[in-house]
Design a protein around this ligand. Structure first.
Ligand code: GAP
Length: 434
């Protein structure tokens, strides 16, 4: 099994990620996050928000609607330029992305392929209740435009001054021709983005671009991604998206396959200029100090939450030899990302005193953090289950706990155990999770 299969298998087994609508045979390109996956994904989004909004004074947050006036997508260029080249096999009628094929024949049956046609990725939907009068609109293809159409609203309702940014997290939808690679290319996915507005000065804006490249790379590393598994890849001129002046991807090395995880884009003034043109609203910024009026340049950082989740899982995954003939599968997730910060066990489930003390600890810790409970099977099995869930600490209440008022805390990564006083447990965990 390669790392993709191993992670997909663990994700299903432990409740991180399930195929969407599975009991109906699934729906290509859709995924459901299970109990552990929902926590992991939420922790990733919280860390993004913490570093991009909470800890900064030059960035504010926004949460825009998924469905927007269809004119937005005319203005943004998505209705004309947001497409992939599609070819179809004349024999088996399977469809492929022309830019992903290495040969000029059908990979499934060897048949002849049609000439490439541009296939628009926007997902259409209809609003309204009267048949025939329904309005055609779209599920957003990127979360970006919800920020740009609110540029003036943010300016007038807050104290931000250029340079400043607006961060957002939310769902986006694309009618991908070839969804696949587990959650890597989905039709419904989540993005975490920053739109950073700067003066329309090429040199200054390129400095800001470099600054954000470094920040975003640093963010992944600060949450435990191995440096050797990350690199920047510059987009060649002919690969640039319709809006971009310059673009770099942060790529993750999935066992030798470098895959895009996040994009840093210099969007010039494309979005504000186009929205000004199409809406008729003045989108310019007035600089109180210099008395200048201008359309700002935009530096964007655009990451996929699902891709980050997938690559954090791959990065954390290890099959470790414990002793001769015994291996364990462990997720070395950064404690801040781990779904559960700790698991609490009574040593024996049939000893009411142990269960009572363990329950008390569990209930108390739950007020402050996500904690798991397990009283099934032997301790070894419970440790293995928590290793696969990425739980950094396992707390066992045993017979000594009754006399000494302490517990055993076992570290996921080192597997070492130490005794910690029950009264100090919360502080111990908070310190180690940070
Ligand atoms: N606003 C710019 C933008 O949307 P993009 O490069 O098309 O740029 C940004 O997308 C990020 O969104 C990608 O780097 C990737 O992480 C994520 N993404 C894009 N398409 C995706 C898909 N089909 N499935 C999962 N994630 C996707």
């Amino acid at each position: 099994m390669d790392i993709w299969e191993k992670v997909a298998s663990l994700a299903k087994r432990r409740g991180f990620i399930f195929p969407g609508s599975e009991i109906y045979g699934g729906l290509a390109g859709t995924w459901d996050y299970g109990p552990l996956g929902a926590e992991l994904k939420r922790n990733i989004k919280n860390e993004f928000w913490r570093s991009m909004v909470q800890e900064r004074s030059d960035v504010v947050g926004l949460d825009a609607a998924i469905i927007m006036n269809p004119k937005v997508w005319e203005a943004s260029g998505h209705l004309t330029s947001f497409s992939d080249p599609l070819v179809e096999c004349k024999k088996c009628h399977h469809r492929f992305r022309a830019d992903q094929l290495t040969e000029k024949k059908c990979p499934d049956c060897g048949g002849e392929l049609t000439e490439p046609k541009q296939f628009n990725l926007m997902v259409e939907t209809y609003l309204g209740v009267i048949e025939g009068e329904k309005q055609k609109t779209y599920l957003r293809g990127e979360i970006t435009q919800g920020v740009h159409v609110n540029f003036k609203n943010v300016l007038s309702s807050t104290r931000v001054k250029i340079p400043f940014g607006v961060a957002q997290i939310g769902k986006a939808f694309r009618n991908e021709i070839t969804p696949g690679g587990f959650t890597f290319r989905s039709r419904e996915f989540e993005q975490m983005e920053l739109q950073y507005y700067v003066r329309p000065d090429l040199k200054q804006s390129m400095e800001t671009f470099e600054y954000w490249k470094k920040e975003r790379m640093g963010w992944y590393v600060s949450l435990g991604m191995k440096k050797e598994n990350l690199r920047f890849k510059e987009h060649a001129k002919d690969e640039l998206a319709h809006y971009a002046k310059a673009a770099f991807d942060i790529e993750y090395n999935a066992e030798g396959e470098w895959k895009e995880m996040e994009g840093i884009h210099h969007r010039g003034d494309w979005d504000v200029r186009r929205h000004q043109e199409f809406s008729g609203e003045d989108m310019s910024y007035f600089d109180e100090e210099t008395k200048e009026k201008f359309l700002p340049y935009i530096i964007e950082t655009s990451g996929g939450v699902d891709r980050a989740t997938l690559f954090f899982l791959m990065n954390a995954y290890e099959e470790e030899k414990v002793k001769e003939g015994e291996t364990r599968t462990v997720l070395h997730l950064h404690p801040r990302l781990a779904p559960y910060k700790a698991a609490v066990f009574p040593l024996l489930a049939n000893k009411p005193d142990l269960v009572k003390t363990a329950k008390k600890i569990y209930d108390d810790l739950k007020k402050d953090m996500m904690v798991a409970w397990d009283d099934r099977g032997n301790i070894g099995k419970r440790y293995r289950a928590q290793d696969e869930a990425g739980t950094p600490f396992c707390i066992t209440v045993d017979f000594e706990s009754q006399e000494q008022d302490d517990v055993t805390v076992r570290d996921r990564d080192t597997m070492r155990q130490e005794r910690v006083k029950i009264g100090e447990l919360k502080a111990y965990l908070k310190e180690h999770v940070r």
